[in-house]
Design a protein around this ligand. Structure first.
Ligand code: 6XA
Ligand code: ZN
Length: 342
């Protein structure tokens, strides 16, 4: 299986994040990608290729042009406002506040285009996020060119990012951009299976009213876990997309044995839908050693996950999402890819 990766993705290197009411060392850091790369090389998974540069319009197929422009202009505006450190949003247009006015101040724009304060932005965030999206687009292109599988080593991740907002360490929705690229290039039915520990609220919302991109997600119950406000079992799509979203919220403490039945059910939906390609949002934060998560996967369980996904029998691209136990991240990730490849 080919891996797509660009060094540019390492340029987004947050030092700190806001969590548990404190400034703490950031967990979504370049060492994650470096550890996965090292293990890919050690275990000789396949060639590692650089992404092609795709036009901005590929990203604008799922993100609003004003949001993309906000990210592009963010750092110059931040420094023009006299700030030099990392940025965190901290004020949001929630119920009763307006989003239809023109905002000049960078703090107002940060809130307008974000969902949380836990996502640091820095000098190179835009170029890294752009390279991460290019990485997913290139993996999608590999499938279009006839490869049966590909791995997009994306970082920063994407599945929380929506049409016009960032959040949960995500800026561009890499899986969503890739799925749309597959649709725009001749494939009619795409499935996205999100196995990150957290619900992929951004991805779900992008395709909620569409039958051409099935969204399936297995994750920690949002009543107890981020992102809290989406990912419940009664969310099944709307309008033409009714029935084409499915969520399996699972309790904190879930291990492989209690996860597997949900995965089986998701695979049955895939069997019925018969996608022409599958995009797997591959978070590795269900791992028992993950510092921010509450599931109990062991490293060996990731082999089972890869094996099960292979049995679905459709061209599949994996897009890296979360996973913060850096020492085990390479092993867990490559276990999925090797399990898949057999
Ligand atoms: C709150 C938790 C962010 C979740 C990030 C993640 N700071 N999403 O791994 O999949
Ligand atoms: Zn996650």
């Amino acid at each position: 299986m080919k891996t797509v990766f660009s060094e540019t993705q390492l340029a987004h290197a947050p030092a700190q994040e806001i969590s548990d009411g404190e400034l703490k060392p950031a967990v979504e850091i370049p060492a994650r990608a470096e550890m996965v790369l090292k293990t890919l090389k050690d275990r000789q998974v396949g060639d590692i290729v650089a992404p092609e540069e795709f036009p901005l319009r590929s990203i604008q197929r799922v993100h609003s042009p004003d949001y993309v422009a906000f990210l592009e202009n963010f750092w110059p505006m931040w420094t023009a406002a006299g700030r030099s450190g990392e940025a965190f949003p901290f004020v949001w247009p929630v119920r009763s506040l307006r989003v239809d006015t023109k905002i000049n101040h960078i703090d107002g724009l940060l809130g307008r285009y974000s969902m949380d304060a836990g996502t640091p932005l820095g000098a190179h965030t835009y170029e890294a996020a752009r390279a991460s999206a290019d990485t997913a687009l290139t993996a999608a292109q590999l499938l279009l060119n006839g490869e049966q599988s590909a791995f997009a080593l994306c970082r920063p991740p994407g599945h929380h990012a929506g049409f016009d907002f960032l959040g949960g360490y995500c800026f561009f929705n890499n899986a969503g951009v890739a799925a749309q690229h597959l649709r725009d290039n001749g494939l009619n039915r795409i499935a996205i299976l999100d196995v990150d520990y957290h619900h992929g609220n951004g991805t779900q919302a992008l395709f909620y009213d569409r039958p051409d991109i099935l969204f399936l997600s297995i994750h920690a119950d949002p009543k107890d876990e981020y992102p809290y406000y989406l990912g419940y079992a009664d969310e099944t799509g709307e309008h033409a997309g009714t029935g084409f979203t499915r969520n399996w919220p699972l309790p904190l403490g879930t291990d492989w044995d209690s996860y597997a039945p949900a995965l089986e059910e998701a695979c049955r939906w895939l069997l019925v839908y018969k996608p022409e390609a599958m995009v797997v949002s591959l978070g590795l934060d269900c791992f028992e050693g993950d510092p921010i998560s509450g599931f109990k996967f062991k490293s060996e369980d990731y082999i089972r996950l890869g094996e099960r996904l292979a049995k679905v029998g459709v061209p599949t691209m994996f897009v890296l999402e979360g996973g913060y136990a850096v020492d085990a991240l390479g092993t867990n990730c490559v276990n999925v890819l090797e399990g898949f490849s057999g």
